[in-house]
Ligand binder design. Structure first.
Ligand SMILES: [Zn+2]
Ligand SMILES: [Zn+2]
Length: 139
């Protein structure tokens, strides 16, 4: 097992995944994340700077959460989160809707995977009908 210094508190810890901080700091960060998420729900038009100040989190951390699509900013505020491809203002993730659509399109073309989803849905519908019949019989 690999041992590393926590990027946040400096303590040594056992590295399990790709984390760069120790489990204790990760738990703290998760608490902060929930706090920020709640704050954004209650104050949807706050700027990143205000959210950072009110919750005692760095703007860098907030931007990182936005990039990871864990946080979605209100569309009413634009402060520095931009599409990595064209630079358009965005509220979450790394790319704007247009670039994302273009990216996923070229991604799908490259994959050309077999479509196995439809039969699955049909089967569920059939089972659902049978369930309904059974229930009618019982009455
Ligand atoms: Zn730590
Ligand atoms: Zn873009």
């Amino acid at each position: 097992m690999e041992v590393r210094n926590c990027k946040s508190c400096g303590r040594l810890y056992n590295v399990l995944g790709r984390e760069r901080i120790c489990p204790a700091c990760k738990a703290l960060q998760e608490d902060k994340f929930q706090q920020v998420k709640r704050f954004l729900n209650e104050n949807p038009n706050s700027s990143v700077e205000v959210v950072a100040k009110e919750n005692d989190v760095s703007t860098k951390q907030i931007r990182q959460w936005v990039r990871e699509e864990r946080l979605i900013l209100s569309s009413g505020i634009i402060d520095g989160i931009t599409c990595e491809t064209c630079g358009a203002p965005i509220i979450t993730g790394r790319y704007c809707e247009r670039c994302k659509a273009e990216l996923s399109q070229s991604f799908e073309n490259a994959l050309d995977r077999p479509r196995t989803i439809k039969p699955e849905v049909k089967k569920l519908e059939r089972d659902g009908n049978r369930m309904r019949f059974l229930r009618n019989d019982e009455i």
